[in-house]
Design a protein around this ligand. Structure first.
Ligand code: SF4
Length: 313
């Protein structure tokens, strides 16, 4: 049984075959790491393990070959993942995004960015791909809470996310919006985390990626953790929270991720977030869904899209 609407299922429904994301490092940077700013305290290479030694075309060629062999994928999505993929002049962004036109099997474009790093001009460019491609933009939120965002040195607040979300959905409705949240921040108990799900369930998001907080070597968070060990979620605690969390989301929101993983040699804690534990984590989450008789939408209150009637001229 499928307990939630996965990205694989969504893509299969849309294209009728296996479609695979090809993660890219397009040599962007991030406004939260410039001028001596330390960035988000958990940030490791802008949330990507991809090296930027290859140019974009080579990365796509290599990624497509790998995905064809490993997943028998037939179509592909170019995923601009590392750092802030809208942080440049529009003409430079266009040059980078246009790479997808060289690959006939690429059917979509995914652009990961910060909600305070978007404007109408950039959205207009991104929207221009929607006639020929499936287009998603990913706005990292991580948490809606002021204190948590301040603690992680995120450099933006929930209001920035709302502004970006509504600008996108009201003016460019063909662009799909995914958001990222992290569960397990110190200072957020289960009740607060579930409140996040309830808040998001009332917003016009199309997808979500949910990650557990994990600590990587060389990040400011590693130093904080070394000085003062704060509690980290166990796998069972995470599975308990994430299954409840998903039960509050409407059934049409695509759950693009239910966990996050990192290379073993980089990971400080929790150890269950290493790449090799991924299947165990997925199985534990599915066991919790079954045991608790939960599924996506079960606890959703049905008030999504309160803002559907707002129009921007
Ligand atoms: S926004 Fe992304 S790239 Fe920038 S500091 Fe935070 S995690 Fe790193």
């Amino acid at each position: 049984m499928e307990y939630f609407y996965s990205f694989n299922k969504y893509l299969k429904d849309l294209f009728g075959c296996r479609v695979q994301r090809i993660p890219l490092n397009a040599n962007f940077t991030c406004p939260n790491r410039l001028d001596g700013k330390p960035g988000c305290i958990y940030c490791y290479q802008g949330s990507s393990y991809k090296e930027k030694s290859l140019d974009l075309k080579e990365q796509l060629e290599k990624g497509i070959l790998f995905a064809k062999k490993k997943y028998k994928a037939k179509k592909f999505l170019a995923y601009f993942q590392a750092y802030t993929n809208t942080f440049d002049k529009v003409e430079n962004l266009k040059k980078k995004y246009d790479i997808i036109k060289l690959f006939p099997d690429i059917v979509g474009l995914i652009i990961g960015t910060r909600p305070d790093c978007i404007n109408e001009e950039i959205l207009k460019l991104i929207n221009s791909y929607t006639d020929d491609y499936l287009v998603w933009i990913e706005y990292g939120l991580q948490s809606p809470y002021f204190e948590t965002l301040k603690w992680m040195n995120r450099g933006h607040y929930f209001s920035d996310f709302l502004k970006a979300l509504f600008l996108t959905k009201l003016k460019f409705p063909k662009i799909k919006v995914c958001t990222h949240v992290i569960l397990g921040f110190p200072g957020e108990n289960k009740e607060k985390m579930l409140e996040t799900a309830k808040i998001l369930s009332n917003l016009p998001i199309d997808g979500i990626k949910i990650h557990p907080l994990h600590i990587l070597k060389g990040t400011p968070l590693a130093k904080i953790y070394e000085e003062k060990k704060f509690p980290i979620l166990s796998l069972e605690e995470y599975a308990d929270i994430v299954t409840d969390f998903i039960s509050y989301l409407p059934q049409n929101v695509v759950i693009q991720r239910v966990t996050g993983e990192a290379p073993e040699d980089l990971l400080i804690a929790p150890k269950w977030c290493s790449f090799k534990e991924k299947m165990k984590v997925i199985n534990t989450i599915n066991d919790f869904f079954k045991k608790k008789n939960l599924y996506q939408g079960k606890n959703y209150s049905g008030t999504k899209h309160l803002f559907d009637n707002i129009k921007i001229s």
